[in-house]
Unconditional design. Structure first.
Length: 634
């Protein structure tokens, strides 16, 4: 796309497609006439924007609602407070009428959007470079060093084991658990432990529950979560390059692995069901977590202080699952396991697999400190990938049979799409910042963007990204790292193709949201079915035989605070589908005109309902170089 007078223009229709503005011209010349491309015709002179940014759209014989999508890229400072203001749209007018909603939700239902949803807990582990005592030592293991071995291999069902775990109130504690299920399939072995206090009483886990979760993760036949996650995202663990015995010389540790301070290549996975939240809640809280800490070796024997200063490791590829939430919603627990297992894969592929090296005279594990946005984006994709295979509705809360909208009113106000609708005004990339607005909001943003990517570009970009050697962080002399916005966005875009840009993805995502209930929409603006009107599945989405549901953002509902106030003091509305300004009096564009837009967001404006013939009279003022404009006819 080319930028003209700070304005990028694209026009879409629901049969659709894209057209770009011509190369930039001198300010004294008009931008010139454009064409509107549809599925069956080309309409000449469709869009023109003069030197004062007056907009004219010639629709020819097409009719529909004409929208403007304002994309704020803000490449310069994406994680700061909003700095770009919504432009002034002269000639837009203000709609009249009173507030009206398709459905008025009870306050308890609205609370469910931000409170009654299972969230993810990711333990933050800072891995400092290790001092190398003898950088030029001969390649010889220190005398008396014991080779690491898995503490789980020889355990049988009924065995007791004490783990280290993080609970939301108690912090790091010892958890005594019993091995309730051990499954071996080929070279893979799954161990499922249950905290003793949650077996039969309290959360009430029992053998039937454990058997069902084991069958979902590593089934006796066919493919389960373990195999499917690895098929799409790659191996969960393997060898770690770059280690030599010399790297341990002089450090005085008495245990070591062939992989150094990481556990050796293993095909064992441990899942522990425990009371993470300590609230006995069956509907909200932390659903589960993965921590890379537990892939480290306790190098001073037993469970003593671990190499990086972190207290104790369980020495396993390990998932921690909340017992209460899992027992209340076994299907949701299964997609959460897929989510957390993807974190384990991501950790190996992007961090651990990069290996060891001596950097600046210090022993350092290579790899990058990943952006939370990226890790959660990929983990949310894993939720969706396994849903149909497991026979569950999945993160979007779609109907399990048709792949379309659910019939349950409760499902319409929960799930990832409802979370997106409640959070769409917030920065897609600023996971931690958005979490302060609502703990589930980032998951909604990630799901919506990931849903767009997978339905329009397929799954190949996933492995391309994970295999990339590019760093998405900037490393500093003191060992710390900060997120590199430009690297993150370019890596995602270039994982799709060498010519794809972040701008294309942001604008395509925005247009696809408006068209997400239109089955005729074409890629790269497609969110609804690729099949018949009664079949809302995308076939072979992640792999041959896989199906994922449509990502229709209409029908789902959420409470939205137009002014973005955390205290809910601003204008609030119930929105079904993306929040469209100027569609009614309570959501007039004047409410946000001139106010700050968060980076990496799309803002939707209705220019004219039932547009036909020629649309004119709109002038864009107070434009910012970070803003891009897309026109959609629906």
């Amino acid at each position: 796309m080319k930028k003209i007078f700070g304005v990028i223009c694209t026009i879409l229709v629901s049969t659709v497609l894209l057209i770009s503005c011509p190369p930039k011209v001198e300010p004294s010349e008009p931008i010139g006439n454009q064409s509107l491309v549809t599925a069956d015709s080309v309409i000449a002179d469709a869009v023109s924007i003069d030197e004062k940014n007056n907009v004219t759209v010639n629709l020819g014989n097409k009719t529909g609602n004409l929208y403007l999508v304002i994309s704020n890229l803000n490449n310069e400072d994406p994680f700061s407070s909003p700095s770009v203001s919504a432009p002034t749209l002269k000639g837009l007018g203000t709609p009249s009428g009173t507030k009206s909603f398709d459905v008025v939700l009870e306050s308890d239902d609205i609370d469910g959007i931000s409170k009654g949803v299972i969230t993810d807990y990711v333990e933050k582990v800072v891995e400092e470079p290790l001092p190398l005592i003898e950088s030029n030592a001969s390649v010889k293991a220190p005398s008396g060093v014991t080779q690491w071995s898995s503490p789980y291999t020889n355990l049988d069902e009924g065995a007791s084991y004490t783990f280290v775990a993080n609970k939301n109130r108690s912090g790091t504690v010892d958890v005594t658990a019993t091995l309730q299920k051990k499954v071996t399939k080929g070279d893979k072995t799954l161990f499922i432990f249950v905290e003793n206090s949650q077996w039969g009483t309290n959360a009430g886990l029992d053998q039937a529950f454990v058997d069902a979760q084991a069958e979902a993760f590593l089934p006796s036949s066919g493919e389960g979560i373990w195999e499917l996650d690895e098929k799409v995202f790659g191996p969960v663990y393997g060898e770690i390059p770059g280690w030599t015995d010399a790297m341990t010389t002089g450090l005085g540790y008495d245990r070591i692995a062939k992989n150094g301070y990481r556990i050796d290549n293993t095909n064992e996975v441990v899942i522990l069901f425990l009371d993470i939240n300590e609230t006995q809640s069956k509907t909200s809280g932390t659903g589960g977590y993965f921590s890379s800490l537990h892939t480290m070796v306790n190098v001073k024997g037993g469970r003593a202080t671990q190499v990086y200063g972190s207290p104790k490791s369980n020495e396993a590829l390990m998932l921690f699952m909340d017992a209460y939430l899992s027992k209340n919603d076994p299907a949701g627990s299964q997609t959460t396991m897929a989510h957390e297992f993807q974190h384990a894969i991501h950790n190996y592929q992007r961090q651990v697999k990069k290996g060891w090296a001596i950097v600046g005279g210090k022993l350092t594990q290579l790899g990058c400190t990943e952006s939370t946005f990226v890790t959660e984006l990929f983990a949310t994709l894993a939720e969706e990938m396994v849903a149909n295979k497991l026979g569950v509705s999945g993160p979007g809360n779609n109907d399990e049979t048709t792949g379309g909208l659910p019939t349950s009113s409760t499902k319409l106000i929960n799930g990832r799409i409802a979370q997106y609708l409640a959070a769409e005004r917030y920065n897609l990339l600023d996971y931690d910042g958005v979490s302060t607005k609502g703990s589930v909001f980032p998951y909604g943003l990630n799901f919506s963007f990931g849903a767009y990517l997978i339905r329009n570009y397929g799954p190949a970009f996933v492995k391309t990204y994970l295999a990339s050697e590019e760093q998405e962080t900037i490393r500093h002399a003191d060992g710390s790292a900060t997120e590199n916005f430009e690297a993150i966005t370019s890596m995602l875009a270039h994982s799709i193709s060498s010519t794809t840009t972040w701008e294309e993805l942001m604008r395509g995502w925005g247009a696809s949201l408006l068209l997400s209930d239109v089955s005729e929409a074409r890629k790269p603006y497609k969110m609804l079915t690729e099949n018949s009107e009664s079949d809302f599945w995308f076939n072979n989405a992640f792999y041959t035989g896989n199906k994922i549901a449509s990502a229709n953002h209409y029908g789902f509902r959420a409470e939205v605070d137009i002014l973005g106030s955390t205290s809910r003091s601003g204008t609030t509305v119930i929105t079904s589908g993306p929040l469209v300004y100027n569609s009614s009096a309570d959501r007039a564009y004047s409410l946000i005109e001139g106010k700050k837009l968060h980076p990496n967001t799309n803002t939707f404006v209705l220019l004219k309902a039932g547009a036909t013939g020629t649309y004119s009279g709109l002038r864009i003022e107070n434009n910012n170089d970070n803003l891009r404009y897309t026109f959609v006819l629906k």
